[in-house]
Design a protein around this ligand. Structure first.
Ligand SMILES: Nc1nc2c(c(=O)[nH]1)N[C@H]1C(S)=C(S)[C@@H](COP(=O)(O)OP(=O)(O)OC[C@H]3O[C@@H](n4cnc5c(=O)[nH]c(N)nc54)[C@H](O)[C@@H]3O)O[C@H]1N2
Ligand SMILES: Nc1nc2c(c(=O)[nH]1)N[C@H]1C(S)=C(S)[C@@H](COP(=O)(O)OP(=O)(O)OC[C@H]3O[C@@H](n4cnc5c(=O)[nH]c(N)nc54)[C@H](O)[C@@H]3O)O[C@H]1N2
Ligand code: SF4
Ligand SMILES: [Mo]
Length: 685
């Protein structure tokens, strides 16, 4: 039996695994013992990784829809027909008529997004959509605005962590384990700010439960306390920040009492945590990856966190938010003149950095497909995502794709989205191709560490690596010279060619290797990468794009305060998408071992609210918003704020995205509001 050391590749945690292969078949997967990322452990999904590779939903060959039924076709025929149709549509409507959409896999698999971008840009369309246009890109942007770079959390060195809208037990288990162990041993103090009483809030911790979408008010009041009580790092603020006076003036209105009125968090608790946070040198805000950004005030909430970290002197210092060198990999993008959807409307998002993000605003995608404005959209290629379940405002997405003349879906599995397509192309899973994996600089590991994601078995059935699918299609479309690579190895070598490390080095280090070292306080040598070379507490550049240079509290559009009339009909507040460790977004539901653990979607409802509607635990209920109603099982629990209903995402049969309205957005970034919406419960029996 051969053991291949690679990374799980199912989610951004990039856990290291040992893949046991016998006669070309994976027979067992274990966590790599002692590995820096996951220390030999796997989450529930990782434990069932073999079943996900051999899932009964795997696509075996390309198919084409004829008279509403899928017919098997050859790769050759699929490429020929798709290429011919795309070029004809370009001729008729212009290149922008093609939208390309990748899901979360397009973020986590480097090659995936890069090849997609290369082909769409060669075609001439700027319109690629990606969860980055609704997931964590604006958290990066807020940090770039403030610090001129993306500094990241270093939680393993922190002595105090504010876990803010983040439940790593479900979404980032390796860091949850570290937090739990260190809280137990007394090495770490923990503050949890969450609408739900998450498992870590039940450890030794301070737990605060704000009204959904009011976190900025709490953070602003913390800044108020820290400034009023002179708890800030005076030396750092004087030497390394700009705009402090403006901030001090602006913040006066946000007293803890005012924040209590807005958020429901007691003023005394805000004072207490502000003091603890300011007085602990090695302290960090560790927030949800997408969560708090997916509110009406998403970008500015992140700015509040940036300011809190900065004025207390926690930037580029151990345990705070630090600079972790990012590996440089070859850039495959081809320049394109046209501007992506949303470029003019959400200028800060698109135009703040010299290089615009390679994404359009996902929240505007369905609208454009439906209305044909600003231009007709006639083709969509969806890969590594399941937008029919995961994109907000499902009804409008389904309406939009009816207007397409060509819909191609690429995925290893048959999903709710691939079923809607005209052509479906089978991609192999990450355990069937070699590529760059194991990025640990990005989320909660904070190490300049990389490993090769190695092929354990040959692509199953007729499936192919995603880069190859894009390349072969490109050759058919006449862009062949831009895609000279023939093998996984050649592609990986090309990406690494500018990185300073070689493919061979990665092979020699099968469990991964460091490619650099972290330096603390690099600003002492070079300053910060902003125009002023300092941390910009107040940002004049934001104002240039029509966005306030200092953050304020902004109510969710449909909250009781913002829209009391609506609240009379829909008095509760919906939050969606709290993660579940068993599933990754909409993936994994077909795996028996996982389905046995959580067989169906459940909505969390506080007993007080359940009583109001006469609902008992386990009863099927309707959750209704002005957009739609879904049926889901009630979980009556005291672990959620009264008046807030939490519905998970990724469940096709109880799809919370039917409930959402993608035209409700964060005005600074164009991100759709995935939480804080008005809802009510409907008793069904
Ligand atoms: N209401 C609500 N909606 C949300 C969210 C929320 O919190 N609330 N969260 C949003 C966020 S943050 C995100 S990131 C999105 C995620 O949304 P998606 O990315 O659309 O969700 P997934 O179900 O992970 O879809 C990934 C797809 O990739 C396929 N896949 C897996 N591995 C591979 C591979 O190796 N190669 C290829 N080609 N394909 C592969 C899987 O089969 C699956 O169909 O959902 C968003 N939607
Ligand atoms: N197992 C698993 N892991 C995943 C994923 C998955 O689907 N499954 N998805 C991956 C992806 S794409 C992403 S983006 C990340 C998401 O990761 P995170 O964004 O960190 O999501 P969660 O860990 O669910 O934590 C969000 C928490 O925020 C709380 N919350 C909701 N609204 C508010 C609010 O207004 N204020 C406060 N203070 N708290 C609030 C919720 O109750 C929940 O506990 O996870 C990634 N990891
Ligand atoms: S957290 Fe689970 S799914 Fe994600 S990489 Fe690790 S084992 Fe795989
Ligand atoms: Mo995400």
């Amino acid at each position: 039996m051969e053991i291949i050391k690679t990374d799980c590749g199912l989610c951004v945690n990039d856990c290291a695994i040992d893949c046991y292969v016998e006669d070309g078949k994976i027979v067992k997967i274990e966590g790599t013992p002692g590995h820096l990322v996951n220390n030999g452990k796997l989450c529930a999904k990782g434990q069932h990784r073999v079943e996900s590779v051999y899932s009964p939903t795997r696509l075996k060959h390309p198919v084409k829809k004829v008279d509403s039924r899928f017919q098997k076709i050859s790769w050759e025929q699929a490429y020929d027909e798709i290429a011919t149709k795309l070029l004809a549509l370009k001729e008729q409507y212009g290149a922008r008529t093609l939208f390309s959409l990748t899901g979360s896999v397009g973020i986590e698999h480097f090659e995936f997004a890069a090849f997609n971008q290369r082909l769409t840009k060669a075609f001439g369309t700027p319109n690629m959509f990606n969860p980055e246009g609704m997931c964590f890109r604006i958290r990066i942007l807020a940090r770039q605005i403030t610090f001129g770079k993306y500094v990241i959390e270093e939680p393993r060195k922190a002595k105090l962590i504010i876990l803010w809208g983040h439940n790593p037990d479900d979404s980032y288990f390796p860091i949850a384990e570290d937090i739990r162990n260190r809280v137990k041993s007394g090495d770490l103090k923990l503050i949890v700010i969450d609408v739900r009483k998450i498992p870590l809030a039940k450890e030794e911790s301070i737990y605060l439960q704000p009204r959904p979408g009011t976190d900025a008010a709490v953070a602003l009041a913390m800044i108020n306390v820290i400034i009023e009580e002179n708890l800030y790092d005076q030396e750092f603020v004087a030497e390394w920040t700009t705009g402090f006076d403006k901030l001090a003036e602006h913040i006066k209105q946000y007293t803890p009492e005012k924040a209590e009125e807005i958020s429901g968090v007691p003023a005394s608790s805000i004072r207490r945590i502000a003091r603890m946070f300011a007085n602990t040198k090695e302290a960090s805000i560790l927030e949800g990856v997408g969560c708090l950004q997916q509110y009406a005030n998403g970008l500015q909430t992140e700015r509040c966190f940036c300011i809190l970290m900065a004025i207390t002197g926690k930037i580029d210092r151990p345990g705070g938010w630090v600079t972790c060198p990012q590996i440089r990999l070859a850039d495959l993008r081809v320049p394109v003149e046209e501007k992506a959807l949303g470029y003019d409307k959400y200028q800060l998002f698109h135009q703040f950095n010299k290089t615009p993000p390679p994404y359009g605003n996902s929240s505007m995608m369905s609208e454009a497909m439906i209305t044909g404005k600003p231009y007709p959209v006639k083709a969509l290629i969806s890969s590594g995502g399941n937008p029919a379940v995961t994109f907000p405002d499902t009804k409008r997405f389904l309406e939009g794709i009816k207007n397409l003349e060509l819909f191609v879906a690429i995925d290893p599995c048959m999903t709710e989205t691939t079923r809607l397509a005209d052509y479906v192309l089978p991609a192999c899973s990450t355990l069937e191709e070699t590529g760059i994996g194991g990025f640990t600089w990005c989320v909660s590991h904070c190490e300049p560490f990389i490993m090769l994601r190695k092929k354990a078995i040959e692509p199953l059935y007729e499936s192919k690596p995603i880069w190859k699918i894009w390349s072969e299609l490109a050759h058919k479309m006449g862009y062949g010279e831009l895609f000279p690579w023939q093998t996984d190895e050649e592609v990986a070598k090309h990406f690494l060619s500018v990185s300073g490390i070689t493919y061979e080095q990665l092979l020699e280090n099968p469990e991964g290797m460091y490619y650099g070292t972290k330096n603390y306080e690099p600003f002492k040598e070079k300053g910060f990468n902003t125009e002023s070379k300092k941390v910009e507490l107040y940002s004049a550049r934001m104002e240039k794009f029509g966005v306030p240079g200092l953050p304020s509290h902004v109510e969710p559009q449909q909250s009781v305060v913002a829209n009391p009339e609506l609240a009379r009909e829909y008095p509760e507040t919906l939050i969606t998408g709290a993660r579940q460790v068993e599933y990754i977004n909409a993936q994994g539901h077909e795996i028996p071992g996982l389905a046995a653990r959580i067989p169906e979607a459940v909505a969390w409802i506080h007993p007080l609210i359940a009583n109001k509607y006469g609902i008992i635990n386990g009863e099927m209920v309707g959750i209704e918003t002005p957009r739609a109603m879904i049926k889901i099982k009630a979980k009556v629990t005291e672990d959620i704020r009264p008046g807030t209903i939490s519905v998970p995402h990724g469940w096709a049969e109880a799809n919370c995205n039917f409930l959402l309205d993608a035209t409700l957005r964060d005005e600074a970034s164009g991100y759709a509001t995935l939480r804080g919406n008005a809802c009510r419960i409907v008793k069904l029996s």
